[in-house]
Design a protein. Sequence first.
Length: 462
Amino acid sequence: MSLRWRWAVGLGLVATLAIGLMTVAAIVSVERRLRGAMDDDLRGRATQVHELTGRLFEQGEEQREEVLPRIVNDAAVQVFDEDGAVLLRVGPAGVTPPVEATDLEVVAGARPTFLRDVPIGDTLYRMVTVRVQLRETTPGTVVAVQILADQSQLESNLAALTGRLLSIGAVGVLLVALTGWIMASRAVRPISDLTHAAEHVASTEDLSAGERLDLSAPAEIGRLATAFRSMLNSLRVSRQEQQRLVSDAGHEFRTPITALKTNLEVLRRQDDRLSEEEQDELIEAALRESNQLAQLAAELVDLTSDVRHAAEPIQDVDLGRLARELRSRYVRLPGMEVTVVGAGSLVTGRRTQLERAMSNLVDNGIKWAERRVEIVLEDGTVTVRDDGPGIPEEDLPHVFRRFYRSAEARTMPGSGLGLAIVDHLISANGGAVFARNSADGGAEVGFTLPPAEGGKPGGRVN
């Protein structure tokens, strides 16, 4: 069963229960009022008969039959004594009120005025039995008066009311179910679009299906459509990046593999014609190409790994201490001076990843510097500044792209993945990277991370 039909049936059942309860309550209430009114009417008639008892038997039979019908109207009246002998009966022919033990108890005074339903033939009557003490001919004589009223009209009215209420209730249930179906159809339409889009993506792998989604749906469904489109867009970008990475990686691998293959073929084919020095040069070149391939493969692994869900825990990292430890690796680097400037600060991230990012920045700075590289720290920002020629303006927007190398860098060693790895690692830790040229010359490449809540540890580092 579809969702819209579930909504329609569910709302219909709720409406049926609610309208059914209200209908039953209305019928019971009306029935009680009608029966209460009939009982009050019978008690009133009994009171009137009781008031006539002083001269009920003083009058002649014709007078009694004339007076009683005006009181009882369409009802039947019967008077009997303590032995159950009927003294008087007035009413429609064939309607004889029964005299039972309970009625005799009323005459004897053991039971008060008594009301009950009495079936006579196919008709249901309502009867009241009242104890009356006569005052005229036989003082002290006690009799009982029964007044019998037909309930056919009451039952007919109740049946008509029940039929009308049930008809109105059925119409109400249908209207509620129809309203639920219409509302569900409107609410489910965006979900159906999402379902069709998901099925289309699953069958065709066409990630552009999200562009056709309606984002104007209300509340949570609109948010779901927006999130689904964003997810598809992210997947499409990820696929494009993956394809680009595979293409770029294939291109980058092709050059060292070709060179390595050429050197090995020369060694194999012309081994007897090459001098020992030439053989050593070819072997050395093959080793360099092998090392380049190994480095490129390692960098590709780093670049494509899911660093956001790495096993290393997120913790507070002191950038000042990290920079000092990193500087110690380059102390003995000939002709190059690496210094740390600024105040240390605490940031939140994965220490190994931040260390790798900072190391790549320093390696990049050393590659371009003439003799000095500075690691500048300031409020969660790490800037690696070199005294080299700087970055051409047309290359600044692209320095963090994978495998991107400027015209000047193509003749230098490297795969073009160092800064891309920095961007990958820093983004995974909630930061951002930047690259610019310094006003004093050289380049400034670095990243910014949100500070930890612990404040700033230590003082300035020089």
